[in-house]
Design a protein around this ligand. Structure first.
Ligand SMILES: [Zn+2]
Length: 325
């Protein structure tokens, strides 16, 4: 599988042509996806290597703002205005205020039941010698906080920094990340820029480097980390079940990754708010908030639940039969 030619928000013509081939292949085998949970559980129970692609929908259910789309503004800008190398080189203070605000917001947010279901699933399957890999485009670390450990963050993390001088990537959960950003970053459109001098912005602490740090997230117009993409490629080649969770199958990365997995005959299950044209390429589709649809799909005791429900309904029926016959 070739995924290395991806850029963060676009693909090369080579990959587009690969995708078109996949589309053509899939059009020939399209059948309406099933929403039969018991049938999914049957497939899930046999899977040895599960790849779970997650996107903004999972974070949205925790109330994490995206600063994109209608109403998605920080001051008078959207993410695509500030999450660019050009914006950072022009005004690193403003971009750091934006990211400082996003980091601080995350202190008030928690993983939701979809994050927890994925993390519990990974821990349980690991004990059985099976493997779960989360491939996420979210940068908020909510999967990690829920307990997932095998995570590929293809767009980086709000809580990692990269030195503009030496390139060192470090984990950083400080709040605030530096003294000068304390109390800054208010999202109100009338707030003035803090205009923090570059030497007071987050700086590298590696052996006297002191280079300017930037958030280690993939910005618009940047390419994805090739090491991470190689690992994504390996996971997608190995998986025998793929879940697409909270990300539309018409946008990157699910638009490229999941249909290619489906094209080699591997079951793909989509958990999403709505159907998309790509939904028809998948074996399963479960519509609704993933915090509601995913937990029963991945739960350990689904079969027991079914048994209890059957047992209970049998007894209720028996009771009414004997009371009112
Ligand atoms: Zn450095």
């Amino acid at each position: 599988m070739i995924v290395r030619q991806f850029t963060s928000r676009g693909v090369t013509s080579h990959l587009c042509s690969r995708f078109k081939e996949t589309q053509t292949q899939n059009r020939q085998v399209m059948a309406r996806p099933s929403s039969d949970l018991a049938a999914f559980r049957e497939v899930f129970s046999k899977a040895k290597h599960v790849a779970i692609l997650t996107g903004a929908g999972v974070s949205a259910e925790s109330g994490v703002p995206t600063f994109r789309g209608e109403g998605g503004f920080w001051r008078k800008w959207q993410a695509q205005d500030l999450a660019t190398p050009g914006a950072f080189s022009q005004n690193p203070s403003r971009v750091w205020e934006f990211y400082h605000y996003r980091r601080e917001v995350m202190l008030t947010k928690s993983p939701n039941s979809a994050h927890v279901a994925i993390a519990e699933c990974e821990a349980r399957l690991q004990k059985q010698g099976r493997r779960v890999t989360v491939i996420t485009q979210n940068i908020d670390e909510l999967h990690r906080r829920a307990g997932s450990t095998n995570i590929l963050e293809i767009h980086g993390s709000l809580f990692k920094t990269r030195c503009m001088s030496c390139g060192h990537v470090g984990v950083n959960h400080k709040s605030p990340i530096c003294a000068a950003l304390e109390g800054k970053g208010a999202p109100d459109p009338n707030t003035s820029d803090a205009q923090i001098p570059p030497h007071d912005l987050p700086r590298c602490e590696q052996g006297g480097c002191s280079g300017l740090l930037r958030p280690n997230v993939v910005w618009f117009g940047e390419t994805l980390d090739s090491d991470i993409l190689t690992r994504v490629e390996e996971e997608l080649d190995l998986c025998d079940l793929c879940l697409v969770v909270g990300t539309s199958s018409i946008v990157y990365p699910a638009a490229m990754f999941a249909p290619q997995v489906a094209a080699r005959g591997i079951p793909v299950a989509e958990f999403n708010m709505e159907e998309t044209p790509a939904t028809m390429r998948f074996r399963f589709h479960f519509q609704g908030p993933c915090g509601t649809t995913l937990p029963p799909a991945l739960a350990r005791i689904f079969i027991q639940y079914q048994c209890i429900i059957s047992w209970w309904s049998l007894h209720v029926r028996w009771y009414f039969y004997h009371m009112y016959r």
